[in-house]
Design a protein around this ligand. Structure first.
Ligand code: HEM
Length: 382
């Protein structure tokens, strides 16, 4: 239990830390990886380079600190992060490492302004915040289908579009698989030759049908500094019969029961979890509008499945090809949506931000909109 004095110090210093947030987390990461290079086997180096993880962690710690009197308010956000942490095998023993390095960074960046009272208050507060994560993650470990990373064999590889491949994998130990929830993802662990570290990445599951195995889709990332180290590795080297390590399905981006019609909006490979949701909801007879934005037709994955839905009256597809038709605008969405729909969206952080702003401008309530970006959700500023 934190004392009133500690809470007051924490709340009073949040604005100062907000001001130096990114600087503090940059120092924090640099120092932590120097002291604990083994953690480079867990963290996504591309996210580090792009600064995405810095923003996400800083925002979360500060959001938690602001709510230090009623931490339950941040639980919906923590839950989504806890799923990712569980999928990455983050354990209670990792938390003190993050804590010590965070405090080191606060001290370093604030200099003399970091009085012993401030440092003690933040050390205590971090302990309480970390406990919220640890407890939620414990529950997720308890309910996970398996612990750790388990070997799977690739049963099928399929080209889904110009840059997307899907992989069906089956457990090497022959154990039966439990049903997955549409919208969940798996996490792969690979070690490309020549790289000093393991690399972990999350990929959405395409199908709730696991009779042939778990099916997930990977977009070859051809842009950026790192050029998608893992996606390119999987596209170029993973073939039928090969083995790959997976942690158990995770994620809480799933369709909640509702009387409203549904609308799914995806950008690029963001179509993957929504495709699984479409399979799940269409068989229940739910009305679904499926809006997909892609560069052009060659970039649209799952064409066979989309064609198979053509005879189903309750499912309507709308495609926007930005190469020829420009962006998915408010006017276009107004022509499709009634405003009554419960909306599920997936795409890049940038696409999510634009869509959130557009839907809000259309007067759609925030509670009707559910989304999962590729990349840290907390870095979305809306
Ligand atoms: C991801 C916050 C502790 C390792 C994240 C994300 C947030 C976050 C906001 C992004 C989630 C998303 O993708 O939407 C926090 C907070 C912590 C904490 C507030 C402490 C209270 C830890 C610990 C570790 C860790 C102890 C392990 C040493 C990771 C990793 C990712 C992640 C590896 C994946 C993102 C990447 O690799 O870029 N965390 N975290 N976190 N966290 Fe934590």
């Amino acid at each position: 239990m934190l004392s009133q004095e500690t809470r007051d110090i924490v709340k009073a210093t949040v604005p100062v830390l907000e001001q130096h947030g990114t600087e503090i987390t940059s120092v924090f990461y640099a120092h932590m990886f120097e002291e604990h290079p083994e953690l480079l086997n867990i963290f996504n180096k591309t996210n580090q380079k792009l600064g995405r993880q810095q923003t996400a962690l800083a925002q979360t710690v500060l959001a938690a600190a602001k709510h230090i009197d009623h931490l339950e308010a941040i639980i919906p956000n923590v839950n989504q992060i806890a799923h990712k942490h569980r999928a990455l095998e983050i354990k209670p023993e990792h938390y003190p490492i993050v804590g010590e390095n965070l405090i080191y960074a606060i001290r370093k960046v604030l200099g003399e302004a970091a009085t012993p009272e401030i440092i003690n208050a933040w050390t205590e507060a971090y302990g309480v915040i970390a406990d919220v994560f640890i407890q939620l993650e414990k529950a997720l470990y308890d309910e996970a289908e398996w612990q750790g990373f388990k070997p799977f064999k690739v049963a099928r590889v399929k080209e889904e579009s110009a840059h997307v491949k899907s992989f069906i994998v089956v457990p090497v130990d022959g154990q039966a698989l439990k049903p997955v929830k549409a919208g969940q993802y798996i996490t792969v662990k690979v070690h490309p030759e020549g790289d000093p570290n393991d690399m972990l990445r999350h990929y959405s599951i395409c199908h709730t049908d696991i009779t042939k195995g778990i099916e997930f889709a990977v977009k070859r990332d051809v842009h950026g500094e790192e050029k998608g180290a893992v996606s390119n590795y999987l596209h170029d080297t993973l073939k039928e019969g090969d083995e790959i390590l997976l942690s158990a399905p995770a994620g809480e981006f799933t369709v909640k029961a509702t009387d409203r019609p549904l609308a799914f909006i995806s950008g690029g490979v963001g179509m993957t979890p929504l495709m699984a949701m479409l399979h799940e909801q269409a068989v229940k007879g739910k009305d679904v509008k499926f809006i997909h934005s892609a560069y052009n037709r060659a970039e649209v994955p799952f064409k066979d499945e989309i064609t198979a839905f053509h005879n189903q009256e309750n499912v309507q597809f709308y495609f926007n090809y930005s190469e020829s038709a420009g962006r998915l605008t408010k006017e276009k969405l107004e022509g499709i949506l009634t405003g009554e729909e419960e909306i599920y969206m997936c795409g890049s952080v940038n696409f999510m931000e634009v869509m959130l702003k557009t839907l809000t401008a259309m007067g759609i309530a925030r509670e009707q909109i559910h989304f999962e970006p590729f990349g840290p959700k907390m870095s979305i500023t809306m």
